[in-house]
Design a protein around this ligand. Sequence first.
Ligand SMILES: N[C@@H](CCC(=O)N[C@@H](CS)C(=O)NCC(=O)O)C(=O)O
Length: 207
Amino acid sequence: MRLYHNPLSSNARRVLLTASHLGIKLDQVIIDFANEADRKRLEEVNICGKVPVLEDDGLHLWESCAIMQYLADKQGAAELYPTALKERADINRWMFFGAQHFAPAIGILTWEYLWKKLVTGEGPDPVEIKKGETYVHEHASVLDKHLATRQWLSGDKLSLADFAVAAPLMYLGRAKVPVEQYQHLLAWFERIQQLPAWQQTEAPWPF
Ligand SMILES: N[C@@H](CCC(=O)N[C@@H](CS)C(=O)NCC(=O)O)C(=O)O
């Protein structure tokens, strides 16, 4: 299987975490967004022109959470993604929460603090920063309450939900994500960072 990605993408990180944890070897194609030929190549496999994209025997699958689920199912990895209806529904729920709420909130801050300068040359906009911080607080407080009585997001063990929600926290420090007050969330993220999969998928900051 081949993965088109970029090591700085937190959406790609979700997939890399899953593959690493499951011991799946992927043929990795790194997309450089500054390179026109790379962008063209990416558009051939993803009409949206975004990473990550998984290629498997004629299938081109994009959307990071869909790729995570595909890899786990293909591997028969029921410990990360159980097949029991209610357990799976609970994991799906947190994956959607991550994709729909938590990651976009952090995404405002990563854009303002990290990417915007590189892409447009402009500095952070305080109004956007405030908006990002407000959204992060809204969703981090939910996670913190939920994690007050548990080690992992779904059930009593690590699952795809943890990888999906944790991935954008790879920019916790650089994007000044305001979660210092959420002790249960931070303890959970510390557990994630101790996992070999997290450590094996860490990419150096190139700028
Ligand atoms: N919902 C998609 C989001 C993918 C996405 O936004 N990828 C970013 C990198 S994190 C990207 O490729 N951006 C390049 C662009 O938009 O030109 C997923 O979860 O896979």
